[in-house]
Design a protein. Structure first.
Ligand code: SD4
Length: 344
């Protein structure tokens, strides 16, 4: 049986292959169809689609790969309705929205990152500034905020009135419940949907970025995978790039984005690499497949793919000829199908 992938959306052509809406008994497409000519941009979740399109528009307007990553992710960070990226994100347990972001440039193998930053609208731009304007790779908390202040970065409300009211409610009514959930590490966390955005340019260079407010009601100071190079994001200009969304605690213990890139280096299709990384984690982890992790990846040939635990997740892919939200395969401890998942 050939390796196959389910794709979501009306019939569309990707790199010459026809793919179909994922409905009951939906046709599938060979994984070789998951490829496109550069510029190719992929990102996590359906809200990644407008971010991809912004990134593509940035490239068309003459912007660099880093500009494309930054502008695409800034769009998501600007959405006050997004509860898991930017200042619209769910606060931590102390009622503070703490943001994490990182960016990587394939050329020069450069990276920049900020963690636990509060009060600034665009952590992705801060991450880029750390990379381009300091000798360091990562700044966190007060140090990152002092840097942002000194560099004149745009501020925003530390927390909106709506978020404060919701946080108060959460404090009053749900603290015990959320604590119990946090203690039960087999349960996936609620309310978290990072943007990871990867781009392959026509010149073969690869770039990536990642931005999140992290796990809603996380402990103050908690960093997830998203600002950690190799965990929430990894870019290797010889191979490609990978990014993550989901429960960071289950990503960062495996350096999963790095692992996916290494699997691609060995020749795996990006989607196979995502699947293989999940299988590796599931083998090692006492929680098996109950990890609540999702990955996207692309390689320098323009091949791309994704995979997640459980029922998988939706991600977005954009090129000059298409822009679509796609459904990744999902992996669980149940039936292991041709993709190592249990989709019918
Ligand atoms: C984190 N990985 O902070 C992020 C959250 C996320 O989908 O990706 N949510 O753990």
């Amino acid at each position: 049986m050939p390796r196959r992938a389910f794709l979501k959306g009306a019939a569309v052509t990707l790199a010459g292959s026809t793919v179909f809406h994922r409905a009951a008994g939906a046709p599938v497409v060979d994984q070789a169809g998951l490829s496109a000519q550069a510029p190719l941009i992929i990102s996590t979740w359906p809200f990644g689609k407008p971010a991809n399109e912004k990134a593509l528009a940035t490239l068309r307007a003459g912007g660099s790969g880093l500009d494309a990553i930054e502008q695409g992710i800034r769009l998501t960070e600007s959405d006050p309705g997004n509860r898991s990226v930017g200042l619209g994100g769910i606060p931590n347990a102390a009622g503070v929205v703490q943001l994490d972001a990182c960016i990587m440039s394939g050329p020069g193998h450069r990276g920049g990152s900020v963690g636990a930053v509060s009060g600034f609208r665009h952590p992705i731009s801060l991450a880029r500034a750390v990379m381009e304007r300091t000798k360091h790779v990562m700044l966190v908390a007060e140090g990152a905020e002092a840097f942002a202040e000194a560099q004149g970065f745009e501020k925003g409300p530390k927390i909106s009135a709506k978020e404060r009211a919701e946080w108060k409610k959460w404090q009053a009514q749900e603290a015990a419940k959320v604590k119990a959930e946090a203690a039960d590490r087999t349960r996936p966390a609620r309310n978290h949907d990072t943007i990871a955005l990867l781009a392959l340019l026509p010149d073969g260079n690869v770039f990536g970025g990642c931005s999140t407010s992290g796990w809603g009601y996380k402990l103050p100071g908690r960093l997830g995978d998203s600002p950690i190079l190799g965990s929430g994001l990894y870019v290797d200009n010889e191979v490609g790039a990978a990014g993550a969304t989901g429960l960071g605690e289950n990503v960062m213990r495996y350096c999963s984005s790095f692992l996916i890139v290494e699997f691609m280096r060995q020749g795996m299709h990006p989607q196979d690499a995502c699947i293989e990384a999940i299988k590796r984690c599931a083998r090692l982890d006492p929680k098996g497949f109950d990890l609540a992790v999702n990955f996207i990846a692309l390689d320098k040939k323009g091949r791309f793919g994704a995979a997640g635990t459980g029922t998988g997740f939706e991600y977005a892919a954009t090129s000059e000829t298409f822009s679509k939200v796609l459904q990744s395969p999902g992996l669980t401890s149940q039936e292991v199908g041709p993709l190592g998942g249990n989709r019918k």
